[in-house]
Design a protein around this ligand. Structure first.
Ligand SMILES: *Cc1c(COP(=O)(O)O)cnc(C)c1O
Length: 431
């Protein structure tokens, strides 16, 4: 499969090149040249397929012949070595729990898939590639865990000092091996700025092959299609159209759901639920896309002022706002509303949501409020509540025990290099 740049000023590339480069030379995101819908019989008979078979059907055209079928199947089996439970918390309202992977956030799926693809591409050569990534919390942990020990891949994670949770910091600073962490004096925006600079710095790119592991990378973005199909497999027998509400920051997850819909997965409507960083809700209201400076919230993985994958959504809907609005609604919620929802869900359903999942729940309820038809609603629970322990324990008066995945890292010693300036990053890379 070939990929083109959404800035249309760079040559088309193979899947391999799109994964290795991350972003096109004209700074555009890569997008697949074709999307071939799957046969209707596949969706009609989805209950007869295993999780791994479903994933293979969805992803194989996007990989093409660049990874042999048997290897791709191994990569998928390795990637999906945990469960994706669907928990009904109210009649026809379910939480899709995406947090059972090694770092307890949904980003594990994409990070594990991408790491295994890169390792495969590096298998028969001695090329070294450096994955450079800025994180506000969850990306760093998922990338660290997903890429640990990957052949020929060095990982360098930049995170803002004092601005990630204790659990998140341990996840990205304690693994050692090919994973290194830089603790940056500054904000997430400063980290991201340094990473962007490095990608543009010829002194660095002449010497080192850099790639990104954010959802702009197609190998991290596309596997997120899988769990929308796993959900359909579990809910098909109910014969009620599905509404998905996705807590959204960079809009990679929801955009993957839209790709699954393009393949024929019967999703009736998407809700993009955001915190007060409401660029997309504003866009759907006014038709004007205006990036804003990001504001800090309790659902901090969604503190994004200029969602990078939104351009892919526009491409799927051919830049037609009216068509897009038929498939997408978007609402924004304050921290106060989010906390209130977390408490309400706990009291009424005895279910603990993290702040991101609670925003998803709110978006779903708001959309359903105005519908006369009978739907089933699914909100994505994108992180385990333990990852946002301070918030969760202060809103709901409970103690959450560390799951096994967290116990493994929480008492390990942090190893990170403290930096303040871009030049320090550059020296680190070139040393
Ligand atoms: C990354 C993240 C999100 C946002 O996902 P996008 O694909 O960037 O929209 C939501 N919730 C959690 C917990 C995350 O880590």
């Amino acid at each position: 499969m070939n990929y083109y740049s959404l800035h249309h000023k760079a040559p088309k590339v193979s899947f391999q090149d799109a994964v290795v480069k991350g972003i096109a030379p004209d700074k555009g995101l890569y997008f697949p040249e074709k999307i071939n819908p799957l046969p209707k019989e596949f969706f009609d008979n989805i209950e007869n397929f295993s999780k791994n078979e479903i994933a293979f059907e969805l992803i194989s055209q996007f990989v093409g012949d660049e990874i042999p079928e048997n290897v791709l199947k191994e990569i998928i089996a390795d990637t999906l070595s945990f469960d994706f439970p669907l928990i009904e918390i109210e009649k026809d309202i379910s939480s899709l729990e995406l947090f059972n992977g090694p770092t307890m956030a949904f980003k594990d799926v994409g990070a594990r898939f991408m790491a295994r693809c890169l390792s495969y591409f590096n298998n028969d050569n001695n090329n070294e590639i450096t994955v450079l990534v800025a994180t506000s919390g969850d990306t760093g942990g998922a990338v660290a865990s997903g890429f640990l020990g990957a052949k020929g891949v060095n990982v360098l994670i930049l995170y803002p000092s004092g601005k990630v949770s204790n659990v998140q910091e341990k996840q990205l600073t304690t693994l050692g091996n090919n994973i290194k962490a830089l603790e940056v004096k500054g904000t997430f925006d400063d980290c991201q700025y340094m990473v962007k600079n490095a990608f543009l710095d010829k002194d660095i790119t002449d010497k080192i092959q850099l790639t990104s592991a954010n959802s702009i990378n197609v190998a991290r973005w596309l596997p997120q299609m899988f769990y929308f199909a796993f959900t359909y497999q579990q809910l098909k027998h109910k014969n009620k159209a599905m509404i998905f509400s996705i807590p959204s920051g960079n809009f990679g997850n929801i955009c993957a759901g839209m790709m699954a819909k393009q393949l024929g997965l019967p999703i009736h409507h998407f809700v993009a639920a955001t915190n007060i960083n409401r660029v997309v809700p504003n866009y759907l209201e006014s038709g004007k896309y205006i990036p804003l400076k990001s504001k800090q919230t309790i659902s901090n993985a969604m503190d994004v002022g200029d969602p990078s994958n939104f351009i892919r959504i526009l491409e799927i809907y051919k830049n037609d706002l009216l068509t897009l609005k038929k498939s997408l609604s978007s609402y924004s919620f304050t921290d106060k509303e989010t906390k209130k929802a977390m408490l309400k869900i706990y009291k009424n359903s005895n279910y603990i949501t993290d702040p991101h999942g609670a925003v998803g729940y709110l978006g779903l309820k708001k959309y359903l409020e105005d519908q006369s038809e009978d739907f089933q609603g699914i909100f994505l629970e994108t992180a385990h509540p333990v990852k946002f322990l301070d918030v969760v324990e202060s809103v709901i008066d409970i103690n959450i025990e560390y799951p096994e995945q967290i116990n493994k890292v929480i008492n390990k010693t942090k190893e990170a290099t403290f930096i303040e300036t871009y030049d320090e990053l550059k020296n680190y890379l070139l040393q």
